[in-house]
Ligand binder design. Structure first.
Ligand code: FE2
Length: 200
């Protein structure tokens, strides 16, 4: 398979004022597209041609950095667009997932605090995550295009803390961007869907 850029699941104005049209135009139309195009070029002639995106991400990690960076970012961004929705965030967490957050991470409030802190403390470009590892929810952070898949876990929520994701709207205020993501953007239905799949 080759990589293709998915459409955003909402309009470019849908996430304002927390994420602007301008940010989504640059982030989706230019940055994500570049990962798709570079990934397709780097995939040609490798042993991973014809494999699924997850197989490419896991297989190229530590072996083919150029391909891995672009495939990893393609995977991360496909989900990132779906991890947000207009009117999202807050405490509207589907029951089973909310229970699991409370039992594994202390409370919903503690989850939010620790998730935001992971993003704030990721030095340089990267992502902060809520992932399922060995049947438990964990909060992690990774650099650049890495994600929990290459560390034996399944990501169910991630926030892009590359500057291209927030600098237009928040300048250097990464903590404000992360708080807005958690309070107003997270699509908990999609997170719950991924949790159900990972928990099987
Ligand atoms: Fe990004």
């Amino acid at each position: 398979m080759s990589f293709t850029l998915p459409d955003l699941p909402y309009s470019y104005d849908a996430l304002a004022p927390y994420m602007s049209r301008e940010t989504l135009e640059y982030h989706h139309d230019k940055h994500h597209l570049a990962y798709v195009n570079n990934g397709n070029n780097l995939l040609k002639g490798t042993e991973w041609e014809g494999k699924s995106l997850e197989e490419i991400v896991k297989g190229s990690f530590g072996k083919n950095p150029g391909l891995f960076n672009n495939a990893g970012q393609h995977y991360n961004h496909i989900h990132f667009w779906k991890w947000m929705k207009p009117g999202g965030g807050g405490d509207k967490i589907p029951g089973a997932l909310e229970k699991k957050i409370v039992s594994d991470l202390g409370s919903v409030a503690k989850f939010k605090e620790d998730f935001i802190q992971a993003g704030v403390t990721q030095f340089g470009s990267g992502w902060n995550w809520l992932a399922v590892k060995d049947g438990k929810l964990v909060i992690t952070k990774t650099a650049n295009g890495e994600n929990p898949l290459v560390h034996g876990a399944t990501p169910i929520l991630g926030c892009d803390v590359w500057e291209h994701s927030y600098y237009i709207d928040y300048r250097n205020r990464r903590p404000d961007y992360l708080k807005a993501f958690v309070d107003h953007l997270v699509n908990w239905d999609y997170v719950a869907e991924l949790y159900e799949k990972a928990a099987k």
